[in-house]
Design a protein around this ligand. Structure first.
Ligand code: CA
Length: 228
């Protein structure tokens, strides 16, 4: 299997060296860019499978870069920033990162997050062709990872897509936040359950942009979520 490629956009050298060493030890191929401008060039030349993006960069900031990227690219993005930044905003509709890690972080946790993001995107793109899930006006094409509501495409991030797919495969069942973490992020994910809530909020908001009263993803108080 070819080595998976990870681009790290980070201007602090001690952090980028730590990230590079941790990932190379796990046999990932790593390139480091120290500014947003350099990062964009390397995106085209290196064609990474995943992007690790620092929030504070010398020439731009990670939020702007991620927002730009999200307009035409579904590459998994792990955002790294100082503790205390608003997680809801970072993985929110406004920015669209797939996951978030606060500095200082444990390199093992970084590797686990990277592995989970890559596994999910590989899993999602290796599904057998032709399978479509349909429920009322909602349709999901698994292989091409596209979602449609009332015939109009809804542009989802990889995590939002995986969440929607879990719901559509388990209609009427209550899925706990932990169920969703295990199924969508993977069993070795360290993150907390608020991450699930943030992504579901985004997913619902996108569906509501298309269908104003879309309410088929219901919170079940104290438990999790149910798709009706
Ligand atoms: Ca920085």
């Amino acid at each position: 299997m070819a080595q998976e490629k990870i681009l790290v956009i980070e201007d602090e050298q001690d952090i980028s060296q730590l990230v590079r060493a941790s990932l190379e030890r796990e046999n990932y191929q790593v390139q480091v860019a120290t500014s947003g401008q350099q990062g964009l060039h390397q995106m085209e030349a290196f064609l990474p499978d995943l992007l690790i993006l620092d929030l504070g960069l010398p020439d731009t900031d990670g939020l702007t870069l991620c927002r730009e990227l999200r307009r035409h690219n579904r590459l998994p993005v792990l955002m790294v920033s100082a503790r205390g930044d608003d997680i809801d905003r970072i993985i929110g509709l406004e920015v669209g990162a797939d996951d978030y890690l606060a500095k200082p972080f444990n390199p093992k946790e970084l590797v686990a997050r990277v592995r989970a993001l890559l596994r999910r995107s590989a899993f999602n793109s290796s599904q057998p062709g032709g399978d479509t899930l349909q429920s009322g006006s909602l349709r999901v094409q698994i292989q091409s990872r596209r979602a449609f509501l009332a015939g109009e495409e809804v542009h989802l991030t990889p995590i939002e897509f995986s969440l929607l797919r879990q719901f559509m495969q388990n209609p009427g069942q209550v899925l706990s936040r932990q169920d969703l973490l295990d199924r969508v992020w993977g069993a070795d994910f360290f993150g907390d359950e608020r991450t699930v809530d943030a992504h579901i909020r985004n997913l619902r908001a996108k569906l509501r942009q298309q269908e104003q009263h879309f309410d088929r993803i219901q919170a079940v108080w104290g438990v999790g979520y149910r798709f009706d």
